[in-house]
Design a protein around this ligand. Structure first.
Ligand code: GLN
Length: 192
């Protein structure tokens, strides 16, 4: 039986099913979000990886963009990976695009170049003693962070896992590894 906070995963495009599998491994209740009404009764929202401009377009057309802002204003928690981190940022470059502005970071899309090749790094994290496996796929670079941001992991001199109150973002894809640590952290902060 799933217990704990109920999490919704925005399921427009991209790797939302990978997040669902990770939450299944943790026994966490979850559902998919495609319309504003899907947010009812959720405590947390995951914005998956994919193509942030496509997510933005569909979210805007469906009225989800404003509904997600309202969900945040009501105290809901957020976790964005890669494209999801771009959607959460205060400022987006390369090229500039609209965003939810829920996290005080400035982010550069495709910051490592536009190649499709992915990179896997092991790196330290404040979440625990053991390093974290970080899968980067056409990842953005967090260029700067505001004062209220806690940097939970860095890679090559850039923050790659950041948190501000109830909003968490990774420029890599924890949902594509068997390591559930980052999702566990998200469930904990959602339950707080
Ligand atoms: N490059 C994508 C974007 O700018 C993000 C890539 C990803 O989510 N893996 O939206």
């Amino acid at each position: 039986m799933a217990s704990g906070p109920k999490i919704g995963i925005v399921a427009i495009q991209g790797d939302y099913e990978a997040h669902a599998r990770t939450l299944d491994r943790l026994g966490a209740a979850h559902s998919y979000i495609r319309k504003p009404e899907d947010l009812a009764s959720l405590q947390g929202v995951i914005l998956p990886g994919g193509e942030s401009s496509t997510h933005l377009k569909v979210m805007t057309e469906e009225g989800l963009f404003d509904a997600l802002k309202q969900f945040a204003a009501n105290g809901g928690a957020f976790f964005g990976t890669c494209a999801g981190a771009i959607l959460l940022a205060r400022e987006v470059h390369g090229p500039a695009q609209a965003s939810l502005g829920l996290l005080d970071i400035s982010i550069l899309r495709n910051g490592y170049g536009r190649q499709l090749a992915s990179d896997v790094h092991m790196g330290p994290t404040k979440l625990r003693k053991d390093p974290l496996e970080m899968v980067f796929i056409r990842a953005p670079i967090i260029e700067s962070v505001g004062k209220g941001i806690e940097v939970l992991a860095e890679d090559a001199g850039h923050p790659v896992l950041v948190q501000e109150a109830r909003v968490l973002a990774a420029t890599f894809h924890p949902e594509l590894t068997s390591d559930t640590a980052v999702h566990e952290h998200f469930l904990e902060l959602t339950a707080q």
